[in-house]
Each structure stands twice: as C-alpha cells, then as structure tokens.
Write a protein that binds this ligand. Structure first.
Ligand code: RB5
Length: 140
C-alpha cells in the first residue's frame, strides 16, 4: 500500500510523528508537505494529495490540519476522493467498512498523538465491505 501524506502548519508536528511511526511499521509513505512550520494554505496541500490518490498513484492519503475540517472539505472537491474526518476509532473503522474512504483527515489541535496513531492504524487495516455499500458509493 502506497500512502500519500500532507499537512499545513497546523498539522505539521503530527504529520512528522505519523511518518516516522508508519515508516517503522514498514508502510510505503511519501510526504507532500508542508515542510516547515511556516503558515501555509491547506487547500494547496489537500489538492496535491487528493490528485495523487484519485489518479491511483497512491492507494491512500492522510491529510492533517489544525482541525482536519479544512482538509476534508478541500480534499472532497476532487472527483473520486472520499475523505473522512475521524477523531475516534469507531468512525475510522466504519468509514473504511462502509464508505471505502481513501483519504483520512485529522486535526492535530483536536486529538493527541496516541489517539491519532490508533485511528490511523485502524483506518489502514480495516477492509471495505462492498455489497450494499458499493451501491451507495456509486450514488455519490
Ligand atoms: C490554520 O490556522 C487552520 O485554520 C487550519 O489548520 C485548519 O484547521 C483549517 O481547517
């Protein structure tokens, strides 16, 4: 699985922590910025990661900003992207099973790194159930 990850300045520290953790776990992950703590615009990063995932160059994407909200709004503008903002493990599990979400959005200012790590691991390992859920996705 190839993972594209990105953040704005509000998600910079959590992004770096997740990259290290996922690399240690053996995931193939590429960082699409931002690369400093300087203020930047989350839609620019969301667009780059969303397009990489939509084109099939990456299997999944992870986008982080202060709340995760801006990133999720922006990423969902790209056709083929189903970005899910999850701040609990149940939502992360269910959005994979039912929505086949291909981008996970997180808010660094909302949750701590421990919970974020558990949410990411859950989201990366849960499978889409297909069936009636595919019919619903086809209607989006
Ligand atoms: C940046 O201050 C903040 O607005 C951004 O990280 C994000 O939370 C937007 O939704």
């Amino acid at each position: 699985m190839k993972i594209a990850i990105g953040s704005d300045h509000g998600g910079f520290l959590l992004k770096n922590a997740l990259i290290e953790e996922l690399k240690q776990k053996g995931y193939n992950i590429e960082d699409f910025g931002t690369y400093t703590e300087e203020s930047c615009d989350y839609p620019d990063i969301a667009k780059v990661v969303a397009k990489k995932v939509a084109k099939g160059e990456f299997t999944r994407g992870i986008l982080i900003c202060g709340t995760g909200i801006g990133m999720s709004i922006a990423a969902n503008k790209t056709p083929g992207i189903r970005a899910a903002l999850c701040h609990d493990v149940y939502s992360a599990q269910m959005t994979r099973r039912h929505n086949d979400s291909n981008i996970l959005c997180l808010g660094e200012r909302v949750i701590g790194p421990g919970l974020a790590s558990l949410i990411v691991e859950t989201w990366l390992t849960e499978e889409f159930e297909g069936g009636r859920h595919q019919i619903r996705i086809d209607k989006i």
